[in-house]
Structures are given as structure tokens and as C-alpha cells.
Ligand binder design. Sequence first.
Ligand code: ZN
Length: 374
Amino acid sequence: MQFQDVAGQPQIKQLLVRSAKQGRIPHAQLFLGKHGYGTLPMALAYIQYLLCEQPGEQDSCGTCAACKKVAKLSHPDLHFAFPFAAKDDKDVAQNHLEEFREFLLKTPYGSVESWQEFCSGESKRPTINSATTKAILTEMSQMPYEGKLQFMLLWYPEMITHGMANRLLKSIEEPPPSTVFILVSEEEGKLMPTLLSRLQSIAFPKVKDFDLADYLGNQMGLDLDQARELVNMADGDVDHALGLGNTQEQLALFFPFFRDWMRGAYMAAFHESVELAEVFQKWGRTQQISFFQYGLYLIREALVFRTSNSLSRITEMERTWLEKFSGSVNTAVAESIMQALENGLQGIAGNAHQKTEFIGVTIDIYRSFKLSKH
Ligand SMILES: [Zn+2]
């Protein structure tokens, strides 16, 4: 992965290149932000730049032996730790590396949920278990194999099992020579404050619409109209944009499902809602999350419609529904529904039982509608 393969974020690229050229490479860094903003691809591009045998002014060369190894995620000085569903106490992330590589090469912007799904939908909550943390710290106490530096890329350090974060902290406080830890995290709040205070942290903003359109068009080969349409819905999140793009069919499925769901909740037709919950249950977690995101997007558009009366981003089918919908609910109701969808999204991302979660959200939406009837 080169910097040029990473969507947008020009300031962060500049910052990383500049510090690399000046030889100021913090030994413990935090890349913080939503996975779809590109924290992981950026970490890979940065590592490739630092390991490259002939780095240029702006980017790694992409052709030297080191670059090729990093691109295949097989450089001996690049180590990974990531959450996985351990078979037993002795199972380590290293045992799942082949699968993880395959996942990363295919979906560098992917989330831990899509990784879980990739591992044939393991229902056990993945963690970075004790055995893995011990193994990586031992590995890091060795000298680098090839280069001057070795890297430990920790994906979702917030999922390190309880107690082991202290071990990691110790290692970061007294770093082994030539070692750079890069922690790629979504939730700062879940990291220990003592650990946080030791990390050089870079917060990733949303990818700018212009950069996202450029990425979808030039890197992913979408046509301009489609790229624009996705950019409008993706809110600066590459993973979300790709998820929507890969599944135009899925979107065609979402609208009627969402419409029927809202109608059922409005009419208090709970038998229908239960039928929908059964369909929902069969989708993968990623699709369920996309569905809630889609719902949030539609309701947000309804709010825009209430205030400006213009809708630019939506299909005809959606427009007809939204006009009716925004005529029948007030802002408070729309916001209350959005809160319910947001809770559902968090629940699914947090591994809640899908059907139960869906029914819970349905009841919340029903209650929201009741507000509008009084
Ligand atoms: Zn190179």
C-alpha cells in the first residue's frame, strides 16, 4: 500500500512523510478514527514508506523488494496483532494470519465486524487474547530481520483482553530498540488513559467528498455519476461508500424493507414486524449495519426536506415516500426515530442478538410515532 492508494487525508500524509524524512519516528503511535476514514491503509502506507529501500519525496517507490513484501503484508519486520475468536487459551492471532492477510488485501477499509463475518461469521466476540499479547511482546523484543526498524501493527487495541493492556503499556514505556508500535483504534475512550498518554496520536477526519469521489472513480473504477451518488450518502467513510457501491442490489432491497418496517411500526402491526425481524436475522451483521445506516440517511433526508423542501440525492421511489413521511412527523419524532436506529446500529455492532435488537428498535420507533399522534 502506497500513500497514493489511500483515499484523501493529504495533511496526514504530509505529516507522516515529513516526520519520516526528519528521522523523527515516534516509537508508539495511535492512528485514531473510524475504519472507513482510512486509519489502517494509512498505517500500511506509512510502514511501507519507512521500510522502502528508495523512498521518494512523497511516497514509497512501490517496486523495491521491501515495498513488494509490505504490499503483500509478508515483510518479516511487519507484525500484526488483531482481534480474533480464539479456539482455546493457547490460540494466537499468528495462527490466523493467512486469513487476516487475505481479508486486508481485499478490504483494507474493513471493520472488525466485516473481519468477523469474513471468518465465516464467528459469533464469539473477537479479542486480542492474552496469548497473542504475550507472543507479540516476545516477538518485539527481538531485533529486526531485514530493516533498521520493525513494526507492530495493533488493529483494534481496544479489544486487548483485560489485564494485558498493562503488559503492552510496560513494553511501550520501555520500548525494545528499533521497534515502532502503531495502534489503529476507533475508540479512544476504550484505551487506558496511561496508555493513551504514551502514544503520539493522530486523529483522522472524514475523507473529503472530493477525495472520496476521486478514490471511487480512479482507484475503484466507478463511473462519475455513481461515484457522486455514493459520496453523497457515505459521509466521508470509504468503507461505507464501498459497501453501498458493492450492493446496489442491497439498496434496492433496503428501501421497500424500510418502508414496510416504518409502516408496520406506525400502524402497530407487530405481527408484520416480527416477520421482518426474521428476514433481518438472516442478513449478515455488515448488511444489518448498512441497513440501519441507510435508515438514518433516509430520516436525515426527511429532516432536510422539512426545512428546505429540496432533495437532491435520492431516487424517485424514496422521494415519494419521504414527502409523505416528512409531512406526517415533526422534527422531534424524526430525531427520536434516528436515536432508535442509532441504538440499533450500536447494538448490532456490539454483537447483540439480531432479532431481539431489531424488535427492540421497532418498539422504540412505534413509541416515537405515538408521540406524533398526541
Ligand atoms: Zn520501495
